[in-house]
Design a protein around this ligand. Structure first.
Ligand code: CO8
Length: 260
């Protein structure tokens, strides 16, 4: 499928989405959010893609935030609509059956940091910068930043980022648990593909179920989260993948999973 603001490709069961507005540092305007919605809706039904990489075009930015040039004329009602729409797109990413790896190639600011936080794990170039600079514009995060950031890094660190608007380095983002790994910029795509290939070699149904259990469980108390897990665990015993996985272990060979 072709998009005005995204590049989309699939190879070796890895789908790659590149946000492609480098002249605006890949800022998110309504048209780009609409493209992202369509791309993730398409991916949900695709059997040829087991992992998704999400990155930005060019070397400078993943996404430098919502597009300020378009946002500046919003009425409050439009701002509400744009925030709710964006939040629903990020929820699509979280609810996508396949894991999504955020490949952070540069600035991930404002809506860009929020988009990154909707991914399942993040690999960042050592040149990347993260931040929630909305207060510099007299506004607050609107794509879930005030909610996901405290859940990811803790309340006080989140407050420091959101209330000062100061950006942090990729290394600092790693130290506070926002990013899984930091690699030299030149190695970024290879590092992301390596992680994707490792996930792809595992039981596909198990990978999807584990993602769902962790994401949904975070919204539940521990007891209900564990109940959700036990049910998902039991469903795993109805799959051909688990027969193959356990048989391969007993036969001391590598499992070949069919995703069924
Ligand atoms: N929106 C629109 N255009 C942008 C944005 C943006 N967020 N960021 C950069 N650009 C454009 C610049 O205007 C410039 O365009 P031009 O060449 O036509 O002048 C081009 O990209 C290159 O940018 P710079 O010249 O500024 O590059 P620098 O290397 O000097 O600086 C920075 C890079 C530090 C990233 C700088 O561009 C910057 O501070 N950008 C804005 C960052 C920001 O404030 N982001 C948060 C935006 S608000 C937000 O994301 C809210 C999300 C929730 C929305 C909810 C819906 C209501």
């Amino acid at each position: 499928m072709a998009y005005d603001n995204l590049l989309f490709s699939v190879s070796d069961r890895i789908a790659t989405i590149v946000i492609n507005r480098p002249k605006s540092l890949n800022a998110l305007n309504p048209a780009t959010m609409t493209d992202l919605k369509a791309a993730f809706e398409d991916l949900a039904g695709r059997e040829d893609a087991g992992v998704v990489l999400l990155t930005g075009a060019g070397e400078k930015a993943f996404v430098a935030g919502a597009d300020i040039s378009e946002m500046r004329s919003f009425t409050p009602v439009q701002a509400l609509e744009f925030a709710l729409f964006g939040q629903s797109v990020l929820e699509k990413i979280e609810r996508l059956p396949q894991p999504v790896i955020g490949v952070i190639n540069g600035f991930a600011l404002g809506g860009g940091c929020e988009l990154a936080m909707a991914c399942d794990l993040l690999i960042a170039a050592d040149t990347a910068k993260f931040g929630q600079p909305e207060v510099n514009l007299g506004i607050i995060p609107g794509y879930g930043g005030t909610q996901r950031l405290p859940r990811l890094v803790g309340r006080n660190l989140a407050k420091e980022l959101v209330l000062t608007g100061d950006p942090i380095t990729a290394q600092r983002a790693f130290e506070i648990g926002l990013v899984n790994r930091v690699v030299p910029a030149a190695d970024l795509m290879n590092a992301a593909r390596e992680v994707a290939a490792k996930i792809l070699s595992k039981g596909p149904v198990a990978v999807r179920t584990a993602k769902m259990a962790m994401n949904r469980g975070l919204d539940l108390d521990l007891g209900n989260g564990c109940a959700l897990e036990a049910n998902a665990f039991a469903v795993g015993f109805s799959t051909e993948d688990r027969i193959e996985g356990m048989t391969a272990f007993m036969e001391k060979r590598k499992a070949v999973f069919g995703g069924k």
